[in-house]
Ligand binder design. Structure first.
Ligand SMILES: [Zn+2]
Length: 85
C-alpha cells in the first residue's frame, strides 16, 4: 500500500516551533505526524483509543441495549458544547 505524506498547512511543530514543517500520513488505523526540521514524531489512533473518551465508552456500553439511535459516523463531533466559533 502507498503511504502519502502531506504537509500540514499552518501547523507548528511542538518541539522546534517551526511552521509548515510537519508532515502527516496514516496507515490502516493510526495517524502520524513528523517534523522535517527536528526529530519530532507523533501518532494517534484513528479510532481515538489513545485518548480517554467518556462519550465513546458511554456509547459502547449502551450499544447492546439502546436500539432507537442510528449508528453514528466516527467523525461525528463528540462534544459540540466545547466547539468555539
Ligand atoms: Zn520540529
Amino acid at each position: 500500500m502507498t503511504i502519502v505524506k502531506r504537509f500540514i498547512a499552518g501547523a507548528v511543530c511542538p518541539r522546534c516551533g517551526e511552521m509548515d514543517t510537519l508532515k502527516m500520513y496514516r496507515d490502516e488505523d493510526r495517524e502520524y505526524r513528523e517534523c522535517v526540521r527536528c526529530d519530532f514524531s507523533d501518532s494517534m489512533a484513528m479510532d481515538g483509543s489513545d485518548q480517554p473518551s467518556e462519550e465513546l465508552e458511554t456509547r459502547v456500553n449502551r450499544a447492546g441495549k439502546v436500539e432507537l439511535e442510528p449508528a453514528q459516523p466516527l467523525n461525528f463531533v463528540p462534544n459540540p458544547g466545547t466547539t468555539k466559533h
